[in-house]
Design a protein. Structure first.
Length: 109
């Protein structure tokens, strides 16, 4: 869906460490990092990713996550700087729209 919408997608594979994710994002100079987390480890992985992003000076990168993430965990993730959390069954069109709108809003002066 993202590629079909004209976005360049860099897929790094499953079971990547936070360091590997941020390193790939830095090397590819990405605008958005999107992750699918189905393991339930979102409260361990995402804080580390957000810390690494800040340490790399990548504060302008939009971070979105999807997967099996309990409603109670969504606000704490947003408080970390996660831009949006998409649950199971989220329409891919809504994810594409969110990313496009976020990119458009970011590029306005």
């Amino acid at each position: 869906a993202l590629r079909d919408s004209g976005m360049e997608v860099i897929y790094t594979g499953i079971r990547q460490s936070p360091q590997m994710i941020v390193q790939a994002a830095s090397q590819e100079d990405v605008d958005v990092i999107g992750m699918s987390i189905l393991s339930g480890a979102h409260l361990e992985i995402l804080p580390e990713i957000m810390t690494l992003i800040q340490e790399q000076g990548m504060d302008d990168v939009i971070v979105v996550v999807g997967g099996i993430i309990p409603e109670v965990d969504r606000q704490p993730l947003k408080d970390l700087g996660i831009a949006e959390v998409f649950g199971p069954g989220a329409p891919t069109g809504s994810i594409v729209d969110y990313i496009q709108e976020s990119m458009s809003a970011r590029s306005k002066p």
